[in-house]
Design a protein around this ligand. Structure first.
Ligand code: NAP
Ligand code: GCO
Length: 263
């Protein structure tokens, strides 16, 4: 049955930084498709809160404390997860930050921090989880990209640099690892209602109006809008899909936009 291709029973999915927001929505969808859920974070408090939030959904969240930019901690964390939970069959590189600062005012250390978390982090995670997937000759990797993997915008130069790089890292992982039975793809969310966008989403904020007008679907994305694409890319249904970024953006990338006075 074709729908059986989308089942994830018996799979272990590690979703980085998924104690809330987009990561939690993706992890929840993977759990509903049958996967065991593992989440890492840099904050013990966030992991505790996350564990409780997953439990309220009837999902057991296996929590691990490590920073995706800390190579030694990632190596140890991945080994511990595989020992305690099982072989990681699905890796979702979700953890990420953004800093909104005009380029001329951005400190180099801040630029570097965004690149470190949003691009080097997925590389490190890919390196240590990928090694094990290569040994097993199977695996699914999903990198969470962005509109900024394709478009620039004022004040997010570091983030756009990282997310543009992440699109190409996705293609390179696909290129190098497809022969080992590993499929690597990206999800490129449009503008979603999470804590990351809260500052630019408040009612009356010019950016909020802008996004409603710039998005053909005329709304902010709900993180649950990403679940189906995540399950597809994590499942056997996508075994011959490699190196693509699936944009879940309400149509933003399809259009030049329209004047604010047009329907
Ligand atoms: P969010 O609410 O800020 O969640 C980001 C998560 O990453 C947080 O749980 C955070 O942990 C964790 N994190 C940060 N640095 C980390 C590190 N070094 N190691 C481990 N975990 C770390 O953001 P979101 O909106 O859900 O976004 C999730 C992903 O989607 C990000 O990659 C973001 O760039 C991307 N994205 C978001 C949108 C959107 O419109 N919201 C659109 C496109 C792409 P703490 O809470 O403990 O800091
Ligand atoms: C911003 C937003 C975006 C979204 C997302 C769009 O300030 O422009 O935070 O970057 O997070 O990445 O796809």
């Amino acid at each position: 049955m074709i729908l059986d291709l989308f089942r994830l029973d018996g799979k272990v999915a590690l979703v980085t930084g998924a104690t809330h927001g987009i990561g939690m929505a993706i992890a929840t969808a993977l759990a509903e498709a049958g996967a065991k859920i593992v989440v890492n974070d840099i904050s013990p408090e966030a992991l505790e809160r996350g564990k409780a939030a997953y439990a309220e959904k009837g999902i057991e969240m296996h929590a691990y404390l490590f920073d995706v930019t800390d190579e030694k901690a990632v190596e140890a964390g991945v080994a511990q997860i595989e020992e305690e939970v099982g072989p990681i069959g699905i890796l979702v590189n979700n953890a990420g930050i953004i800093k909104r600062v005009p380029m001329q005012d951005m400190e180099v250390k801040d630029y570097r921090q965004v690149i470190d978390i949003d691009l080097v982090g997925p590389f490190i995670m890919g390196k240590y989880v990928g090694k094990r997937m290569i040994e097993r000759r199977e695996g699914k990797i999903i990198n969470i990209c962005s509109m900024m993997s394709e478009l620039g915008r004022n004040d997010v130069c570091a983030y756009a640099s990282a997310k543009g790089g992440l699109k190409m890292l996705t293609r390179n992982m696909a290129t190098e690892w497809a022969k080992y039975g590993i499929q690597t793809n990206g999800i490129g969310p449009g503008y979603f209602a999470t804590s990351q966008t809260a500052p630019i989403r408040v009612d009356g904020h010019p950016f909020n109006e802008f996004i409603i007008n710039r998005t053909p679907a005329a709304r902010w994305g709900d993180p649950e809008d990403l679940g189906g694409t995540a399950v597809f890319l994590a499942s056997k249904a996508s075994d011959f899909v490699n190196g693509h970024v699936v944009y879940v953006d309400g149509g933003i990338l399809a259009t030049i936009g329209k004047p604010s006075n047009e329907e």
